[in-house]
Design a protein around this ligand. Structure first.
Ligand code: SAM
Length: 303
């Protein structure tokens, strides 16, 4: 797929670090250890969000007194059982991403390897269209423990432009991949539109984020978080209905925090927000932290 260059704006390191902190910290304060955190970025660019997560978790590990020697030894553990997967996770070794642009994907893989001085080969970055990955691809990458944190600064391509850029067949495939569905709630039928209409492709990445963390077969799911940097469009019109509303009303996600408008560096008129959705996490925030006018989500669904 040809990528529009204007979808390749990588997150600056300080913003990436802030998103990683905001997203992972609620899980750590819920009792998870840094070694329990498994991070995936389905549109990872050159790996800025993954590297920020690694840096944040490494810092947290050091604060908690993890023994480096122990980590280095464990890093060599074969990756073939749940137990060993846990050992490897203990090193903060499970950072994965997907990137559609081959050169950028290679750059991400190299940067991650350099950063964590990998002792054995591990493909951190899959190259391909994340929206058509199968659950088995994640299992191949992560083993029996699937990611529990998604970091996301998705590409934005307005619904109407998808067929212009990628063809009708791609649009049709995307509609089939994220179809409309209905659910019964207390006698009322509620329709979730899935992807289509004018919904931006960014909403597919939210649906995908939910799917990635939902597919584990390792018993009842623990706390999960999705941290997103996005322009206001994500909370507007068809894009909002297809993505955010679906996650919040039907898939059990709650808005844990949401930033004020942040200026996107280097682009005068672009502002973004960072927001974090969590699931299976008790929230301690107060409503005042959430900009309700932006997300327009009923108070009761915040946490
Ligand atoms: C806005 S950039 C963000 C990159 C990185 N997450 C960051 O925050 O720095 C979005 C990235 O998604 C990639 N991308 C676009 N469509 C994709 C798709 N369908 N599957 C995987 N990656 C995609 C683009 O090539 C680009 O590198």
């Amino acid at each position: 797929m040809k990528i529009e260059t204007n979808t390749q704006h990588f997150t600056p390191p300080d913003m990436a670090h802030e998103l990683a902190r905001r997203t992972i910290q609620p899980l750590l304060s819920r009792g998870l250890l840094p070694c329990d955190i498994r991070v995936f970025d389905p549109a990872c660019g050159n790996g800025n969000l993954l590297l920020a997560a690694e840096e944040y978790l490494a810092g947290e590990s050091v604060n908690r007194g993890y023994d480096k020697e122990q980590h280095d030894t464990a890093r060599r553990a074969p990756y073939d059982s749940l137990e060993n997967a846990r050992v490897n996770v203990a090193l903060g070794s499970l950072y994965g991403g997907c990137e559609i642009d081959e050169l950028v994907a290679d750059a991400a893989q190299r940067r991650i390897e350099d950063s964590i001085q990998r002792r054995y080969e591990f493909d951190h970055v899959m190259c391909g269209d994340a929206l058509f990955l199968a659950q088995s691809d994640f299992k191949d990458m992560f083993g029996p423990l699937l990611p529990n944190v998604i970091l996301l600064n998705p590409p934005f391509i307005a619904g109407g432009r998808v067929s212009t850029l990628f063809g009708q067949a791609y649009r049709k495939k995307l509609k089939e991949r994220f179809p409309a569905r209905t659910r019964e709630y207390e006698g009322t039928t509620v329709r979730f539109p899935g992807w289509g209409g004018r919904a931006d492709i960014a909403s597919c990445f939210l649906l995908l984020a939910d799917e990635i963390v939902s597919g584990g077969d390792d018993g009842p799911p623990g706390p999960q978080a999705i941290g997103v940097i996005a322009t206001n469009t994500i909370a507007q019109g068809d894009t909002r209905e297809a993505g955010l509303m679906d996650l919040i009303f039907d898939r059990g996600w709650r808005v844990h925090s949401c930033s004020d408008d942040l200026k996107w560096p280097g682009r005068a008129n672009v502002s973004v927000k960072m927001f974090v959705l969590t699931r299976h996490v008790r929230c301690e925030n107060t409503d005042s932290l959430i900009d309700q006018s932006w997300l327009r989500i009923p108070r009761s669904r915040h946490f």
